[in-house]
Design a binder for this molecule. Structure first.
Ligand SMILES: Cc1cc2nc3c(=O)[nH]c(=O)nc-3n(C[C@H](O)[C@H](O)[C@H](O)COP(=O)(O)OP(=O)(O)OC[C@H]3O[C@@H](n4cnc5c(N)ncnc54)[C@H](O)[C@@H]3O)c2cc1C
Length: 373
């Protein structure tokens, strides 16, 4: 059966107009499906619009490396359309103490290279030579991923919304979805399939349909400030636990993760003073001579799962989930959304991310996604 047979007369609802839902909607419509997107707020209003927009393919697991490479390939194809640009920017990650995290970087780089990723270990002198504004004297282990970029995540979502509409998708903003099963319905309307890509609200939306998934939203923070210098890479200091990337305002830095479950309807959307103070100190320390002037600080939500892998696939008859990205949901969206769209039409999806590997009753701790261990 090819896609067009599977798509004929099919009506699919997508819950969530973030990067994942919009890409899936667009991919389904491009294959001939009649798609309606339900969005409780507006396009990119939740995590997608709050993300840092760091993209890389530096994943050590083979399935993750494959997914991320496909995502980068699609981002490049979208780049230059609308206001979206995939701005190639090396991604550097390092530790300043010997030990488990340093060992992990070495092992990760070996695995990434085996999967064909353009990643290499570098020493402190190489780093200083390539990125002179960085203080590197304390770096004990570091790596650079070359197939990496920074993007404007809202521009991506708006581009995909435009492409989806051109392909015939109806996007219903300000329309909260309530999902029911047997048969699948949204707000009482019957569909052949429903894809729940509701970000931090996914557990809630599915619970309303009587389906339990192990998913916990957790709060993370970011800020923008003036630039320390030209030609910055994206950096992640895995010892101190923060990242910084070049940004049109100068620099965007983040982390400030709270490792416990947040309420998606009640969390504080502003950056905390402690996060701003700590990030300013870290940036002063990492970029000698730099005095950060913070422009804006905010918080948003990521979603954790028990094994830190996504929940991507069919939960029951016609009911699909796409969530649980552990802070890496944007950079993988073009590939994870494509996989779920293909699965709706009879494809295999990504078997390693099959959500039925859990029954929803699992108890687990939130472990942030960027951790090197
Ligand atoms: C500060 C910060 C920095 C980040 N940095 C990065 C990064 O550099 N790289 C990266 O890859 N990821 C990053 N992330 C994570 C990234 O933002 C998410 O993984 C990604 O945006 C998830 O996209 P999504 O489409 O799954 O979810 P969302 O963008 O959250 O979209 C879900 C949508 O569903 C809607 N919705 C919810 N409930 C309902 C309902 N009942 N009915 C209808 N609509 C509903 C919401 O309003 C929302 O618009 C960051 C996140 C934050 C907060």
């Amino acid at each position: 059966m090819d896609d067009s047979d599977a798509a004929a007369d099919r009506r699919v609802a997508v819950v969530g107009a973030g990067a994942v839902g919009l890409t899936a909607a667009c991919d389904l419509a491009d294959r001939g499906v009649d798609v309606t997107v339900y969005e409780r707020e507006t396009v990119a209003a939740a995590s997608t619009g709050r993300a840092a927009g760091i993209c890389y393919d530096a994943f050590a697991e083979d399935v993750d490396a494959r997914v991320a490479a496909r995502a980068a390939e699609r981002f490049r194809a979208f780049s230059g359309r609308g206001d979206f640009a995939f701005e190639e920017t090396p991604y550097v990650w390092f530790v300043t103490e010997p030990g488990a995290k340093a060992d992990a970087i070495r092992e990760q780089v070996d695995a990434m290279q085996r999967h064909g990723r353009d990643v290499e270990r570098v020493d402190a002198d190489d780093l200083a030579a390539e990125f002179p504004s960085l203080r590197t004297g304390d770096v004990v282990e570091a790596a650079v991923a070359r197939d990496a970029a920074v993007v404007d995540t809202s521009a991506y979502a708006h581009l995909l919304a435009d492409l989806a509409r051109e392909a015939g998708v109806e996007i219903r903003e300000q329309t909260p979805a309530s999902v029911e099963t047997d048969p699948v319905r949204v707000n009482g309307e019957a569909y052949d399939d429903v894809v729940v890509a509701a970000g931090a609200h996914t557990k809630q939306v599915l619970a309303g349909a009587g389906v339990s998934v192990p998913l916990k939203p957790y709060r993370v923070q970011a800020l923008t400030a003036n630039a320390p210098s030209e030609g910055l890479p994206t950096v992640y200091d895995a010892t101190a636990g923060y990242y910084a990337r070049p940004h049109p305002d100068g620099l965007l830095a983040g982390d400030g993760t709270e490792p416990f479950e947040a309420d998606p309807d009640g969390y504080d959307r502003d950056g905390d003073d402690w996060f701003i103070d700590a990030t300013e100190d870290r940036l002063r320390d990492r970029f000698p001579g730099y005095e950060p002037a913070v422009e804006r600080a905010w918080a948003g939500l990521c979603t954790a799962t028990p094994d830190r892998d996504p929940l991507l696939g069919e939960l029951g008859d016609g009911l699909y989930v796409a969530a649980g990205w552990q802070g890496h949901g944007f950079m993988r969206a073009p590939a994870t959304a494509e996989a779920i769209a293909e699965q709706v039409l009879g494809g295999d999806g990504v078997p390693a991310f099959d959500p039925t590997r859990f029954d929803g009753s699992e108890s687990f701790e939130v472990v942030e996604g960027m951790a090197v261990e």
